[in-house]
Write a protein that binds this ligand. Structure first.
Ligand code: KE4
Length: 432
């Protein structure tokens, strides 16, 4: 496959942009090789600068649930653009999109629009701290909540010790206020809370994790967290930036029947435009400025172009429940096909799949938390990634990411992905 234009662009990009990319995962460092530069996309396809066509399963890391360049979203954006781009003043559509989010996600009584998932999660923990008057937060190893300082914290060794910065530039002071527990480990959460009595403002997690690869909550885990947060007066925040409006119309919280105090959203709301949001209980959200004292702001928050895309996307999802039926069927078809190939090749790699999210882990262990995810063979994943890419299937360039299906993928496309998966496994493992 000729990717010479992408290679030349990557060379040039590295002269002007750190690592040649505007977000690290795009640089292919986890899988090796040169990132492909995307020129355009339509439906289930992306096209690179050398004209290669790929069936894609990243969908911009989740937003393109209806596939790329959906005509309704495109029309909404092109109509909105006729009226200029940004006013920095309230607009009708912000009211309409807020009303729709409140309707679609019952736990959300009030919502604030921001411009990214990172802004949503940073703001949600700030308002939780303001509301409770407490400083500490609990997060889980392997969960990613954007690049806010409070989230770039690795677990300190032992339950009682404080977190350690995961990145230079994050201060020890910030790290001291972030406690980390293993995902799916209720006992570890209980220990952290017992050793930080009345100091924990919020507990934040991805209800279904996408950022260590797709990892599901264990039976009773979410319910256990809800119970602990109720008992301890801790704000339960579900980070649904990936799962929101994807795993059900009302997100993972609808699918698992859990009512958080706050929810963070992103990705799908904007249909690919820069949008995030956080919302939840009115008694908490009324602490957000200017209604309350917790400051949070943004020039482009509720931007008229982004809200045009978001309103159209959410109205479509709200009015077409068949989207979720199709996503369930597609996810099951893909998982059944992958598992049939694994069985045929006598491989017992772990496939975690729920709805339209999945990850094939190159490990024989069950993957239920970050340590088990890290037991995967990353070199083998890198070879598999490139084998699939060379077959025209564009996966997320990291073992520790979920893939995302869209309604633009037909059975024909899914069969092509299933076939390419089997051929790629045989190729990288020298099986015949
Ligand atoms: P953004 O700031 O990237 O819009 O959202 C941060 C974020 C927050 N919460 C969850 C659950 C997320 O998945 C994300 C962003 N996800 C990554 C994918 N692993 C975005 C891709 C990237 O970083 O380039």
């Amino acid at each position: 496959m000729n990717t010479s234009t992408s290679q030349a662009l990557f060379e040039k990009a590295q002269q002007y942009i750190p690592g040649g990319v505007n977000s690290p995962v795009r640089a292919f460092r986890a899988v090796g090789g040169t990132p492909i530069f995307i020129k355009s996309a339509k439906g289930p396809y992306v096209y690179d600068e050398d004209g290669n066509e790929y069936i894609e399963l990243i969908n911009s890391w989740g937003p393109m649930i209806l596939g790329h360049a959906h005509e309704l979203i495109q029309k909404a954006v092109s109509d909105a653009i006729q009226h200029s781009f940004s006013f920095g003043a309230p607009t009708r559509r912000e009211v309409e999109v807020a009303e729709l989010i409140v309707e679609m996600v019952p736990s959300i009584e009030k919502v604030r629009m921001v411009n990214s998932g990172t802004e949503a999660t940073m703001s949600a923990i700030r308002v939780a701290r303001g509301f409770t008057g407490r400083d500490k937060i609990i997060k889980f190893e392997g969960c990613y909540h954007g690049h806010g300082d409070s989230f770039l914290i690795a677990a300190g060794s032992g339950a009682a010790t404080f977190g350690t910065p995961d990145s230079p530039g994050v201060t020890k002071g910030v790290a001291n206020d972030t406690l980390t527990a293993p995902f799916n480990d209720l006992e570890a959460v209980r220990q952290l809370i017992d050793s930080n009595k009345n100091k924990v403002a919020a507990l934040i997690l991805e209800p279904v994790v996408g950022n260590m690869g797709c990892v599901l909550p264990a039976e009773g885990f979410l319910e256990g967290l809800r119970k602990i947060c109720n008992e301890e007066g801790i704000v339960l925040i579900l980070d649904e930036v990936m799962t929101g409006f994807r795993l059900a119309k009302g997100g993972a919280q609808e699918r698992f029947g859990i009512k958080p105090d706050l929810t963070t959203l992103g990705k799908i709301i904007g249909g690919g435009m820069p949008v995030g949001a956080y919302g939840g209980r009115a008694d908490i959200m009324n602490w957000v400025s200017p209604a309350g004292p917790v400051y949070q702001a943004g020039t482009l928050s509720g931007n008229p172009i982004a809200t045009a895309a978001g309103l159209t996307m959410l109205n479509y999802l709200n009015d077409h429940p068949g989207v979720y039926t199709q996503l369930e069927e597609s996810g099951k078809k893909l998982a059944d096909g992958f598992r049939a190939s694994l069985q045929k090749l006598s491989l017992n790699y772990t496939l975690n799949q729920i709805g339209s999210m999945y990850t094939l882990f190159f490990t024989n262990q069950q993957v239920t938390d970050f340590p088990s995810a890290k037991s995967s063979d990353l070199v083998l994943f890198g070879k598999y990634f490139h084998a699939m890419l060379n077959k025209g299937i564009y996966l997320g360039p990291s073992q520790f990411e979920s893939m995302f299906l869209s309604t633009a993928l037909t059975d024909k496309h899914l069969d092509m992905v299933i076939q390419a998966n089997e051929e790629s496994l045989k190729e990288v493992l020298n099986l015949h």
